[in-house]
Design a binder for this molecule. Structure first.
Ligand SMILES: [Zn+2]
Length: 419
């Protein structure tokens, strides 16, 4: 077993090419979940370079720096997949689709990598399958409370033998919003292949490069996201380990993702695969023609947001931001927003982020109740990718001001639009 090293990435994470070319450098950013407690003295803070690179060989768009996962994913990692409606619905859909496509039976084992609070596996458990989660954070305990058996550890070669002994091979291995996060891709792929039955299927869900580009989602660039996949780059990766993509589709999670099915054995390939590859080819993802226009759009979007917010602030109005997802950390740090521009960030009651500062900033994260008490003129949606779900809810709960949607192009949405 090779020991993983952390630091600058100088060889493509899929094909090993050293010819990596810069797409965009956002500067240095703090880890998105390192949040200091309000009222305590400011401690020192780690910052890592945030640059994405493109490999001309296999088309993978990837981060230029691998930070230590013990820093990125501490045991008290606050992200929970069960708290967002779109995610819950998506996981229910994944189970229905997998069952229909694969004809799962009660004896089939489903393993979920980075199983978080067990939301995905619960669907398979209720569907009658055997399930096993692998999750390093304390969210594993929430999964266990729901009856989802979970190994509280990082997924990798060290879990393969113990799982084979205790559970046997898996019919399905899922990796939802985690397959782009794990450093040491070779070890992960070998472990997946070793754990899959001969006719087993690996299902991954990842944020989609094409959506990142078309809707300028520079805010999804942070250290947890080591790779920004397309079907093209995923196919290159999976085929190196003997897995063939037989179905792929776009799904709405995280502002646009892809769900990709890959099989160890020969299966009929759905027309969806060729259709998505063609779309990517037409978008020029295999070349570099997209790079400069994308970089220009990011810069324009950043400047326009800064201008919009400072104009509002200069006129004496208040801007409260709504929710502090990981991507909000990139947005506030890259755009250079501070408590002089945004008064506070609000999270729903019970959030572990309340009582902390935004990473690398002095903007306090407070209870959402403050929005209805104070009625600021504007609410900036840092979870803009679920704005359609968020805005009517905030309005229903009594918010009277207007919304600011920061991306792809910053704009004000009048509250009246949601009546
Ligand atoms: Zn490559």
């Amino acid at each position: 077993m090779t020991t993983l090293t952390y630091g600058p990435i100088t060889a493509c994470q899929i094909c090993g090419s050293n010819d990596l070319r810069s797409v965009l450098f956002l500067g240095y950013l703090p880890p998105v979940n390192t949040m200091q407690t309000i009222g305590t003295a400011h401690d020192k803070q780690e910052w890592f370079p945030a640059e994405i690179l493109r490999c001309p060989e296999c088309s993978l768009v990837q981060l230029g720096y691998a930070a230590d996962p013990n820093v990125l994913f501490p045991p008290d990692y606050p992200y929970r997949s069960g708290t967002t409606r779109i995610l819950r619905e998506n996981f229910a859909d994944l189970q229905r689709e997998a069952k229909a496509l694969l004809g799962l039976t009660n004896k089939d084992l489903i393993i979920d990598i980075g199983s978080n609070d067990g939301t995905l596996l619960k669907n398979f458990l209720d569907g009658g399958n055997r399930v096993l989660g692998v999750e390093p954070s304390l969210n594993a305990k929430l999964a266990e409370d729901m009856g989802v058996e979970t190994k509280m550890t990082f997924f990798g070669s060290s879990v393969v033998e113990p799982i084979l002994k205790s559970h046997g091979k898996a019919k399905v291995i899922t990796a939802a919003n985690v397959f782009a996060h794990i450093h040491g891709l070779d070890g992960i792929m070998k472990s997946i292949v070793a754990l899959l039955e001969d006719d087993g299927v690996f299902i991954s869900e990842s944020h989609y490069l094409l959506d990142l580009l078309t809707t300028v989602q520079y805010d999804t660039i942070y250290h947890e996201h080591l790779r920004h996949y397309s079907v093209t780059s995923l196919r290159f990766l999976l085929e190196r380990y003997g897995l063939t993509i037989f179905h792929a589709k776009r799904i709405p999670t995280h502002g646009g993702s892809i769900r990709v099915y890959a099989s160890k054995s020969k299966r009929a390939v759905n027309a969806s695969v060729a259709a998505m590859l063609k779309e990517e080819e037409e978008a020029g993802l295999q070349g570099d023609a997209w790079v400069k226009p994308f970089r220009d759009r990011v810069l324009h979007s950043k400047l326009a947001l800064y201008e919009l917010l400072t104009k509002i602030k200069s006129s004496g109005k208040r801007i409260y931001a709504i929710s502090a997802p990981s991507r909000a950390s990139t947005l506030v740090n890259y755009v250079g927003l501070d408590d002089g521009i945004i008064d506070c960030v609000l999270e729903i009651q019970g959030s572990k982020k309340i009582g902390k500062y935004m990473p690398g900033r002095h903007i306090p994260v407070l209870d959402e109740a403050k929005l209805y008490q104070d009625q600021p003129e504007y609410a900036l949606l840092l979870s803009w990718h679920i704005g359609a779900e968020l805005m009517p809810n905030l309005k229903k709960r009594g918010f009277k001001g207007d919304f600011i949607v920061p991306l792809p192009e910053p704009r004000i949405m009048k509250n009246a639009s949601f009546i």
